[in-house]
Unconditional design. Structure first.
Length: 151
């Protein structure tokens, strides 16, 4: 069963060792980079969710608060380790993350920026109800900004 866990000294090294598939490396930061960003973004409530199946580390997600318009949760990074991809863990983990953020209810939506070439990620986000916001970030013109609005 997939669950979200806090990163602690007991599981840090297991999460630090996670890797995406070779063809995904241009789309995501390394696990160490995701963990470091969580720390660096602490002023805007940056937090890293560990994704685990029972006691096994399978993925990471980084979310921070974005108070610019549109004010929302900013899903900065989301990855499932290459060894666990294709098993539905990404879908289940993303549903758990969305549910946790919706329960918190600081914002009414979640934004994620995805490279247009990352077709697997685009399919996942669209399957769960993210839609293209139409915004083109001048710093990332090769990406789509997707928005998920809580009901």
């Amino acid at each position: 069963m997939i669950r979200l866990v806090d990163i602690s000294e007991d599981n840090f090294f297991a999460f630090r060792a996670l890797e995406v598939a070779e063809e995904q490396r241009g789309f995501l930061d390394s696990a160490v980079g995701i963990l470091a960003r969580g720390y660096a973004y602490r002023a805007c409530r940056g937090r890293v969710f560990g994704v685990a199946e029972d006691r096994t580390a399978v993925g990471l997600a980084l979310v921070r608060d974005l108070d610019e318009e549109p004010a929302c949760y900013d899903l900065q990074q989301f990855m499932i380790d290459r060894r666990f991809q294709g098993r539905g863990y990404g879908t289940e983990a993303l549903r758990l993350i969305l549910s946790a953020l919706e329960a918190e209810r600081k914002y009414g939506c979640v934004e994620v920026c995805v490279k247009r070439r990352d077709t697997a990620a685009l399919r996942l986000y669209e399957k769960l109800g993210f839609v293209d916001s139409g915004y083109v970030d001048p710093d990332a013109p090769d990406s789509l900004n997707l928005l998920y609005v809580f009901r």
